[in-house]
Design a protein around this ligand. Structure first.
Ligand SMILES: Nc1ncnc2c1ncn2[C@@H]1O[C@H](COP(=O)(O)OP(=O)(O)O)[C@@H](O)[C@H]1O
Ligand SMILES: [Mg+2]
Length: 245
């Protein structure tokens, strides 16, 4: 699997208004990029443009993969809401896109992925019979079943309690290794823990964000993680108060 870098440049608009002024960013090939920024700045809209889906926003510019091949068919997405079908069990939820496409189903593979995310024996459970953390792990197994090289994660861990969040982050970091992963998050701790490169979206543009030298996933309690987190927190506060970097 060769996962490309993704370059984006331009300005993001919605209707007549400017969301994000002119920027040029790169999401790392085969690594984790974090995209931070206040609610409403346009992060989800930008994701939908990357995936080639209908979006509330328009990019005056371009999105390209480093290998020049189309991006949309290589993308799998995961959102804050697990988006599992309530009437379908875990196994059927994992295979739902394949079923809709009319692909030959691989229930043994789906069960193996369910086991990889720590949910062996949960094959026949419905979403209502699982915790929020377990449902997000089913969503992660569904993402892995799709087996795409580009993975867009839109605040997937933000509804989880802190210990479940750290465990799910570690699991995702391990199971998605080698893919080009972009993680939208408003949590500085999450960006500092997981990212190889990080960007902060503001109305004035998208700014690079320094990260600790240690390789991710970084231990949440390490001093270097915590001091980077504090610096990023201060910077985000400055941006939200003044709009400046
Ligand atoms: N379906 C929609 N219809 C109209 N406006 C929308 C829609 N989705 C998002 N917006 C608006 O577009 C802007 C960017 O939204 P979004 O990309 O969801 O931001 P973020 O993900 O950074 O919170 C916001 O001002 C939001 O209110
Ligand atoms: Mg959003």
């Amino acid at each position: 699997m060769t996962a490309p870098a993704i370059h984006i440049e331009g300005a993001l608009h919605r209707a007549q208004s400017l969301l994000i002024d002119r920027f040029a960013i790169t999401f790392a090939a085969g690594g984790w990029s974090a995209l931070l920024g206040a609610s409403g700045v346009g992060k989800t809209s930008l994701f939908r443009l990357i995936a080639g889906l209908p979006s509330a926003a328009l990019l005056d510019g371009q999105i390209a993969a480093s290998d020049g091949a189309p991006i949309g068919p290589r993308v799998a997405m995961m959102a804050q809401d697990d988006q599992l079908l309530p009437w379908a069990d875990a196994l059927d939820n994992i295979m739902i896109s394949a079923r809709l496409r009319g692909d030959l189903l691989q229930p043994d593979h789906a069960a193996a992925l369910l086991s990889d995310v720590g949910l062996a024996g949960f094959e026949r459970r419905k979403p209502a019979q699982m915790s929020a953390g377990q449902r997000q792990r089913v969503a992660l197994a569904r993402l892995l079943y799709e087996d795409r090289t580009i993975v867009l994660l839109d605040e997937p861990f933000s509804a989880l309690d802190v210990m479940t969040r750290v465990a799910t982050q570690d699991l995702a970091a391990r199971l998605l290794a080698g893919r080009t992963v972009v993680l939208i998050t408003h949590d500085p701790a999450e960006a500092i823990r997981l990212a190889d490169v990080a960007w902060i979206a503001t109305r004035a543009g998208i700014l690079p964000c320094p990260l600790p030298a240690a390789r991710p996933p970084r231990p949440p309690e390490a001093v270097s993680t915590l001091s980077s987190q504090a610096a990023l927190f201060q910077r985000l506060r400055l941006i939200s108060e003044t709009g400046a970097a």
